[in-house]
Write a protein that binds this ligand. Structure first.
Ligand code: ZN
Length: 215
């Protein structure tokens, strides 16, 4: 994919997320690796509904801002994924309602934030780590992701929103949508005697689809 096509893809995917209410106002940020090892990043204070392909922040392979508007304040979160996961080609972060709601519940499982409801969440996200609350822009958020040593593709920032890394910008967006849809299901089924996937069924999915599963 050329850089021009990648710029268009980032903005179209962001707009699609925004148009369906998966993030709102000027929340959310998105980044992707470029072919030369640099990064394209959504600028600070921008809305996913109105990203301009020509104004994305452009970093070179050494991490220097070389073009475009100043990047998102949550840049340390993005670089933490790229630095610890060699497979990360893109990172997306949303303030999506159902994921945030699930993170507010006191009985949420810190190590497996999403209950095992469907195979697709397992296939696309692996185990999702629930991280504690951080003040927005706190570099400690990035440090918390680095502390996972690249073993998780998806984290949930409590009282804030999910962050997901994927091989491509499209894969990262699909996976974060899966996270939000599963959080919504978990809330719908809360208090009902849901038949969640058994440990054996989870393990069958992991084996069949060769899922990276941090035990
Ligand atoms: Zn945020």
């Amino acid at each position: 994919m050329s850089e021009r096509q990648l710029r268009e893809a980032i903005c179209q995917l962001a707009k699609s997320l925004y148009d369906r209410g998966l993030t709102h106002g000027s929340t959310g940020n998105i980044s992707s690796r470029t072919e030369d090892g640099g990064l394209l990043v959504s600028p600070t204070g921008t809305s996913f509904g109105r990203l301009d392909p020509a104004r994305l922040s452009r970093f070179d392979a050494k991490g220097r801002l070389i073009d475009g508007d100043p990047p998102t304040k949550e840049m340390p979160l993005h670089t933490a994924f790229y630095d610890t996961r060699s497979t990360a080609g893109a990172v997306v972060h949303l303030h999506s309602c159902h994921s945030v709601a699930l993170s507010l519940l006191p009985d949420s499982d810190v190590d497996s934030f999403l209950p095992p409801l469907t195979p697709y969440a397992i296939m696309q996200l692996g185990r999702v780590k629930l991280l504690p609350f951080f003040v927005p822009g706190d570099p400690a958020m990035g440090e918390a992701v680095r502390g996972l040593a690249g073993k998780r593709a998806a984290v949930m920032l409590a009282n804030h929103g999910p962050v997901v890394a994927g091989k491509t910008v499209e894969a990262a967006c699909n996976a974060i949508e899966e996270l939000e849809a599963t959080a919504r299901l978990a809330l719908m089924m809360r208090g009902l005697p849901a038949r969640v996937l058994s440990a054996e069924q989870v393990s069958q999915v992991i084996t069949k689809f060769d899922v990276e599963w941090d035990k």
